[in-house]
Structure formats: structure tokens, C-alpha cells
Design a protein around this ligand. Structure first.
Ligand SMILES: Nc1ncnc2c1ncn2[C@@H]1O[C@H](COP(=O)(O)OP(=O)(O)OP(=O)(O)O)[C@@H](O)[C@H]1O
Length: 460
């Protein structure tokens, strides 16, 4: 039985059919290996010899167990079951092959097995290349084209000449490390501009840390800015805490409302900016931080210097580049595009009637763009129609033209008039800022203490 298979390949004993069969096997491009049940190799074709780089006469007649004891075709003899599409890697030849191994039966008896395997090294390589190219295509598809890259300044809406002039300077200075002072009334977009400058700078991958100097009580501002060491004060965190100067390392520190900083803090901040070093509260070690400082204020720092409430040396340190954002009433032409943008942000498809738009354009917007944003939010909720009407506008916008005082003999008492105006101004400031007291007091240009005294006085 065993010899049957061997006989097929004995050239001199081959009958006509066997010769044809062997001729076919000899000519195919896949490697063919045939073993008998004793695991003796009875045939390999020329492709086998070529691909595996071994002469046929060195293989035929030898036991596969000696040459390749782990060969999977041995399992086929053991189980009598075929193994299909079996991948393997021939390390010594750096070849990847896929084999089909089939048992050979004669009269229902197993007489051997044949393995036909393809060299898939090239296919595998090509497959890997295709996969890598697909990955590359996918990642390139995700990246925007250079022309599509978002310009950080595009977020700042407005085509008015006065705004555009500032944006040109801001764009140029963004590329430098110069400290920038942004001035402008409350809600005019100082923070938005500071963010755009950071985003357009070389520091954009690093953090931009914002501190509202007016919102933090003086006693806390030092530890907020410079951090503290463990045990610096009761309630200090274990291990201490990093301050904003440390957190902004490599990036930008945005000090909003710098004009509201106490003189003692001004001195400390000046030192930190000047020498780029500072100490945590309760610590002696000097720490260094590589930061770009952007400051903002709605105060008149020059007047404050004259009055001795703002340090001149700090002023010159922070004011290398000065950007003065004009109030909205001086760039009324930007109002329609801002309204469109805010409505879009609210996912609203409403538009303003000509009358409503005219009123929005003629209102003075003391709270600037923030006030406009709040007004649009209000209007969008109130209006039941797709066209926003004059009556849908907030009362303080709608009534703006008619809010002048009708002075007569009966109401000329100056003190009453002033109080009346004062109360209305506070109410308006709170409305505009959405009840944000810090922003309201800054809009009114009065100190925290005076603001709270007035709230009490007018029962607000
Ligand atoms: N040009 C602009 N385009 C689009 N949105 C703007 C623009 N300017 C301001 N805003 C929006 O108006 C609001 C107020 O802006 P921002 O907070 O920057 O003002 P600010 O001058 O820093 O105010 P404050 O002095 O009260 O801190 C924000 O919601 C901001 O997104």
C-alpha cells in the first residue's frame, strides 16, 4: 500500500497516465510536496526546489521528520484530515507561504499527503503597503488643507475698518513674544482677542491661562498667581499648589482687569514679569516660567498712573504692544454680522425685521458685544415668529430712544434725578451682564465697595 505512492514517482516504472500527472505537477508554479504514510518525501516539484532554494535530489527520499519535524503536513497523515489555507513563515528564507494540505487515499486507505503551497511574500508585502497607504490616506483626509486651516482671527467677527486695523497688528504681534495690553470697554471682545493671539502664536500648543484680577480678592490673588507651598497657611493643600504663572509655562498668561490689581500685587507681578522668576507663597525657592503676558483693562491706566494707583514701570512692561478695541457703537456696521453669527450659534433660522434691525443699530450698546449677545438670546426666545419684530427686543433696547427724561418744573430736583439715573444704570448693567456683579461694577466703573453700597441703598 505504502509503496503504491512511491511507485508512481519511479520514473522507469511510470505508466503513461502517471507520466502525464507528474508532468503537470512539474509545470505548476506552486510548490508541491508529497509524502507517504511513513513521512518519506516522495516528490517535490521544480517550483519547490526553486522557491525553497534546495535541489530536488537532496529532498526526495528523505524523511520529513528529519528535515522539518514541525511540518503541519505530518498532522494530515496523523488525522487523515485536510488543512486548508494554512499560513506560515519560513524564517530562514524570509518567506511567507500559504498551504493547502490534503490526505491522499487509495481504495479508502490513506497512502500519503500532498501539500501545495504558494509563496505569498510579495502579496503580503503589497497588502501591507496597501494597508499603510490606506492609513495615510485616512489621516490625510482628516487633516485640513493649508487653505482650510482655521485662522484664529476668523472667530472675531466684524469688517469695520477700525477693528480690522487692530486685527492686523494683533496678527503680526501674535508671532512675537512681546507683551500685549488690550484695552476696551467691558464686553468689547478683549478676551476673545487674547485667545486669538495665543492661538495664532508659536505657543498655541501650550496652555493659555486666564485670571480675572478683579474677581479674586487681593489676599488670594498672590497664591492664585504664584501658587503656595505646603503649610503656607491654614487650609493649604498637601504638597502645595501651582500658581497660574507656573501653569502657563511655555504658553500665555492672560491677566484680565489688570487695572484692578492692588499696588502690592502690581509690585510682585512686575518682578515676576521683569525677571521671569517668582516664589510660591510660603516658599523661598525661585521658580522660572517662560510665559507671554497679555493683559486687558477697561480702565484708563494713564490717569491711574497720574493718580499714583498704577505703577509706571509695570505699565511699560505690559504695554509693549497696545491694542485698543473700539466700542460697538463706534463700529455699528459690525452689528448685522454679529447678530447673524449669534443667531447661528443658537441654531436659529430667525431674522430681524427692518424695524428691529434699525433699533438694534441705533442703540448705544454700553455693554458692547456681550450685551448684543444677551439681547439676541432674549429675542430668540421671546419671538414666536421667524421674523423678529421690534416688540420682541429687550425692553432696554426697544425703549432706548424714548428713555430721555422729560424734565419739568416738578422733577428738577438734581439729587433725585441723579439717584434715578444711578439706579437705572445699575439695573441696566446687571441686565446687560446677565447679573454678573463683577462685570456690572466694572461696566459702571465703580469699586466693589461702592457697588454693594448702592445695591443696598436702592434695594436691588
Ligand atoms: N468680534 C467678536 N466676534 C464674535 N464674538 C465676540 C466678538 N467680540 C466679543 N465677542 C463675544 O462677546 C462676549 C464678550 O467678549 P469678551 O469676554 O471677550 O469681552 P471682554 O472685553 O473681555 O469683556 P470684559 O471686559 O467684561 O471681561 C463673548 O461671548 C465673546 O464671545
Amino acid at each position: 500500500m505504502v509503496s503504491l505512492l512511491l511507485d508512481v514517482f519511479k520514473q522507469n516504472e511510470m505508466n503513461h497516465d502517471a507520466k502525464i500527472m507528474v508532468g503537470i505537477l512539474d509545470s505548476i508554479e506552486e510548490c508541491v510536496l508529497i509524502i507517504n504514510c511513513n513521512l518519506k518525501i516522495v516528490y517535490v516539484n521544480p517550483a519547490y526546489a526553486k522557491i525553497l532554494k534546495v535541489p530536488r535530489n537532496r529532498v526526495i527520499g528523505r524523511s520529513l521528520k528529519e528535515i522539518e519535524p514541525a511540518a503541519r503536513i505530518i498532522d494530515v497523515i496523523r488525522t487523515g484530515e485536510p488543512i486548508i489555507n494554512d499560513p506560515s513563515h519560513i524564517k530562514s528564507l524570509k518567506l511567507d507561504v500559504v498551504a493547502n494540505m490534503t490526505p491522499l487515499y487509495y481504495d479508502d486507505s490513506l497512502i500519503g499527503a500532498v501539500a501545495i503551497f504558494r509563496n505569498v511574500t510579495e502579496i503580503k508585502k503589497l497588502n501591507e503597503e496597501i494597508f499603510n497607504l490606506q492609513e495615510l490616506t485616512r489621516s490625510l483626509q482628516k487633516q485640513p488643507f493649508a487653505s482650510e486651516l482655521e485662522d484664529p482671527f476668523n472667530k472675531i467677527i466684524g469688517n469695520s475698518k477700525c477693528l480690522q486695523e487692530i486685527l492686523i497688528i494683533a496678527n503680526k504681534s501674535a508671532k512675537t513674544n512681546a507683551n500685549i495690553l488690550i484695552r476696551g470697554e467691558s464686553g468689547v471682545g478683549k478676551e476673545v482677542l487674547a485667545q486669538a493671539i495665543h492661538d495664532a502664536s508659536k505657543r498655541s500648543e501650550k496652555p493659555v491661562i486666564k485670571v480675572n484680577c478683579a474677581a479674586i480678592p487681593t489676599e488670594l490673588l498672590e497664591s492664585e498667581l504664584f501658587g503656595y507651598e505646603e503649610g503656607a497657611f491654614t487650609g493649604a493643600k498637601k504638597g502645595g499648589k501651582k500658581g497660574k504663572f507656573e501653569l502657563a509655562d511655555g504658553g500665555t498668561l492672560f491677566l484680565d482687569e489688570i487695572g484692578d490689581m492692588s499696588p502690592s500685587m502690581q509690585a510682585k507681578v512686575l518682578r515676576a514679569i521683569q525677571f521671569k522668576k517668582f516664589e510660591r507663597v510660603g516658599g523661598n525657592n525661585s521658580r522660572f516660567s517662560d510665559i507671554r503676558i497679555i493683559t486687558a483693562t477697561n480702565r484708563n491706566l494713564e490717569k491711574m498712573m497720574e493718580a499714583g494707583t498704577f505703577r509706571e514701570d509695570l505699565y511699560f512692561r505690559i504695554n509693549v504692544i497696545s491694542l485698543d478695541l473700539p466700542p460697538l457703537r463706534k463700529r455699528r456696521g459690525d452689528i448685522p454680522s454679529l447678530i447673524t453669527m449669534f443667531l447661528k450659534q443658537l441654531n436659529s433660522d430667525k431674522t430681524l425685521s427692518a424695524e428691529a434691525l434699525e433699533q438694534m443699530m441705533s442703540y448705544s450698546w454700553p455693554g458692547n458685544i456681550r450685551e448684543l449677545q444677551n439681547a439676541i438670546e432674549h429675542t430668540n426666545i421671546i419671538s414666536t415668529n421667524n421674523i423678529i419684530q421690534l416688540e420682541d427686543l429687550p425692553k432696554y433696547v426697544k425703549d432706548a430712544k424714548t428713555s430721555n427724561y422729560n424734565l419739568s418744573e416738578k422733577n428738577l430736583n438734581l439729587s433725585n434725578l441723579i439717584q434715578d439715573v444711578e439706579k437705572k444704570a445699575i439695573i441696566t448693567a446687571l441686565q446687560i451682564t446677565g447679573n454678573n456683579r463683577t462685570k456690572a461694577m466694572s461696566l459702571l466703573g465703580i469699586s466693589r465697595r461702592s457697588f454693594y453700597e448702592k445695591l443696598n441703598k436702592y434695594n436691588l
